[in-house]
Design a protein. Sequence first.
Lengths: 144, 190
Amino acid sequence: MKDHIPIWEWEPGDPLDEAHLEQCPQCRRQWESRRYLDFQASLAPEPDPAPFFASRVAHRAVSEATPIWLWLEKVARKTIPVFATLALIAVLGLLLSNSRQPEPVEYAELLGEPAGPAGVEELTLDDVIYSLSLPLEESSGENQ
Amino acid sequence: MAKTDPELVADALDGDPKGFEELVRRHQSLVFRIVYHYLGRRNEVEDIAQEVFLKVFRSMGQYDRRRPFKAWLSRIAVNSCFDELRKSRVRKERLFSQLAEEEQSRLETCYAKFRGGQGLDEAEAESLWQWLQRQLQELSEKDRMVFVLREVEGWDYSAIAESLDTSELAIRVRMSRARKLLIEALEKRG
């Protein structure tokens, strides 16, 4: 005789070896139990929600809801894009301003001083403007 | 035209209670069925179903609107059933004690009628269903849920896998195991 049929694995629509069922009392008994089990499952009663269940639950949900989380979520959903745009503009602005700042070495070169780490660190924009303005004042005095 | 579930969720999140009420109305039967058929406690179904919907309301912000609302709701209902079962394990043991003799004889009548192709009256059907509920208590909590969703609710394996957050293969294995145990229980009863 062939192996027993795993009755518990059978799904509606699967082929069933009826010839084997005819010959095998164990499989036949299990098949009968399986049919009875399916029948029992089909007897499940239908639970009916009370007539105003939905409105009662909705009312309770809204009244119990902590306004803070609802409010925070609402505010977050509306303001996140605005904050994200502002942050992007700030980052772009920062990058742009950094790229436009002249290299300190150039000022040192303008003054005719040797460019080097020590000289560069001490030189400020005011120093450069001041030093550039000196010869102009002197020459204007000479003209007078 | 009726609004879709994701549209109703959006309404509810914008503070419209009618949106949420409509969602509850649409899906209350699904939740009632899962809770009742899984836990088997008629008098507590409404309270537990209400808790399920309150959880849904509180976590609606996490719902991914590209996915079916029903699957998301089912997952919450299933997890609530597991929580409820763990809370009430002691009580359950008291509820499902030995079968009374009278009930035993009624079950025998049911089986005889089933074999003879006769219909059952309401009390007999109720007894048989209660008997199945008691057998289901012997299964692990997940095997029981798989059996209920598949055999009682008629869900397909992929939907069950999604609700239990596991693979379809794992669900089929659980289903086989559950059926095998229940068939053995039926055979032991004679």
